[in-house]
Design a binder for this molecule. Structure first.
Ligand SMILES: Cc1cc2nc3c(=O)[nH]c(=O)nc-3n(C[C@H](O)[C@H](O)[C@H](O)COP(=O)(O)OP(=O)(O)OC[C@H]3O[C@@H](n4cnc5c(N)ncnc54)[C@H](O)[C@@H]3O)c2cc1C
Length: 408
């Protein structure tokens, strides 16, 4: 009986296990995770920090499901090292585990910049369930209407600020760049988003960088490089993530930003990687859809090496930012001054609605949508097929015109 071992029970590890089980019913599947918990979707962590939910409320499957699917879980069992020659793993508690085929799906961790004060009590990052519980406990401890600073105005930082607001705290978001979400949105869209947050009373400080965090028993201030002092009784650092490459380093497996994989998602013989740990053609995506795609392909190759090819993922983001639907697909930025691209914008800032379509020779290259419901599937299709929408150019300038109405 073939023995498949997976390191990490995030979306990549879970998807791989499900794929293997569906294609190879007689095999043994074991998942090792350093967390004590069953799989939970990370976007749910935002609900957990302001709602009275328990871990069980956000588990995707209960333990009965894992038993039924004969997926053996080893909770709270971190993997220290991989011996890819001997096909063995060394666990953090000194045990050894043999494998026939291995998936590294150990994800990423929050990046914490090196300014002073990051270890002050009341300073947090948000990546897993225990972080979310710690943030919730601290929010309750400090009480309502207290100032909170979120360092980083990316998607996760904004979402967290929204959860803090719902928790009756007073968040300020600090963003280093001149506008929010510079990788996913453009300046005009970011201004619409900023307007929504400011209407809610969430302060946004762009062009701002943190110099240090102060406080002894608890954080009391965030000091910016321009000297501004922001009072804070809690700080969330949301400054990006880094793949968990330590395991690769200790195992002498190849990595740069993440585990270097080929088009079969192979790291070395019988060792594969998927999700936030995997670096394919220089890309570590850091979002859920590529993790699912990679894990499915890696699982197929674990069963029959060399049978499934990964071509990379379209950089797509479909999520809710503070309840507003947001989709950003394909080429949306860094094209403003390039005459070969045409941009069609439509917006209704008061309603928090914005749409940008990037065309080349009338064909769709990228789309940003903010605050519009039910448009993501149509947008994905238009970008993926590079649909020719020349005949709709005028109508697309109207925010009320739905992408679903384009017949291409
Ligand atoms: C709060 C939050 C909200 C998010 N919201 C979205 C969203 O709305 N849309 C989106 O696309 N993306 C979102 N993301 C990003 C998304 O969650 C990640 O891309 C995704 O979790 C990656 O999955 P993964 O399985 O590769 O890694 P992870 O989810 O990081 O899982 C890896 C697992 O491996 C474990 N592990 C690490 N090292 C070891 C070891 N040595 N031994 C054993 N176990 C180990 C980790 O503890 C973890 O449980 C969000 C992330 C966060 C933090």
């Amino acid at each position: 009986m073939k023995k498949y071992v997976i390191v990490g029970l995030g979306i990549a590890g879970l998807t791989a296990a499900k794929t293997i089980r569906s294609l190879d019913s007689g095999s043994e599947i074991s998942i090792y995770t350093d967390e004590q918990t069953l799989f939970y979707p990370k976007p749910k962590l935002f609900d957990l920090i302001y709602e009275t939910l328990s871990a069980k409320d956000i588990y995707y499957y209960d333990s009965f499901w894992y038993d039924t699917n004969r997926i053996r879980l080893h909770l709270g069992t971190g993997i220290r090292k991989i011996d890819s020659i001997e096909h063995k793993l060394l666990t953090e508690d000194g045990g050894t585990v043999n494998y026939d085929s291995l998936l590294i799906a150990n994800g990423a961790s929050c990046f914490v910049p090196s300014f002073e004060g990051t270890y002050t009590p009341g300073v947090f990052t948000l990546r897993n369930l225990s972080d979310a519980f710690a943030i919730r406990r601290h929010s309750r401890l400090i009480g309502n209407h207290k100032p909170v600073v979120v360092i980083g105005g990316g998607v996760l930082g904004l979402e967290a600020a929204h959860s803090f607001m719902k928790n009756k705290l007073r968040p300020t978001v600090i963003e280093y760049n001149s506008y929010l979400l510079p990788r996913q949105i453009d300046k005009e869209g970011a201004d619409v988003l900023r307007g929504i947050f400011e209407n809610w009373g969430i302060e946004i400080k762009t062009d701002s960088s943190t110099e240090r965090i102060t406080g002894e028993k608890n954080v009391d201030k965030v000091i910016l490089s321009n000297g501004t002092m922001l009072p804070a009784e809690m700080v969330l650092i949301s400054s990006g993530v880094r793949s968990n490459v330590d395991l690769l380093e200790r195992s002498k497996l190849p990595y740069k930003k993440g585990a270097l994989v080929d088009d079969n998602l192979t790291v070395t013989e019988d060792v594969y990687a998927a999700g936030d740990i995997a670096e394919h053609n220089g890309n570590v995506y850091g979002i859920i859809p590529p993790a699912i795609e990679q894990a499915t392909i890696a699982a197929k190759n674990m069963i029959k090496p060399g049978t499934a090819i990964y071509h990379g993922s379209m950089p797509t983001n479909t999520l809710k930012i503070a309840g507003f639907n947001f989709t950003s697909i394909g080429l949306v930025n860094l094209i403003e001054d390039d005459p070969q691209y045409e941009i069609i914008r439509a917006k209704a800032p008061i309603d928090g609605k914005y749409r940008k379509i990037v065309l080349k020779d009338g064909k769709v290259q990228g789309i940003i949508i903010l605050g519009l419901k039910g448009e993501a599937i149509a947008a994905n299709k238009l970008v993926n097929t590079h649909a020719d929408v020349s005949q709709y150019k005028e109508r697309l300038k109207d925010i009320a015109f739905s992408l679903k109405e384009t017949r291409t």
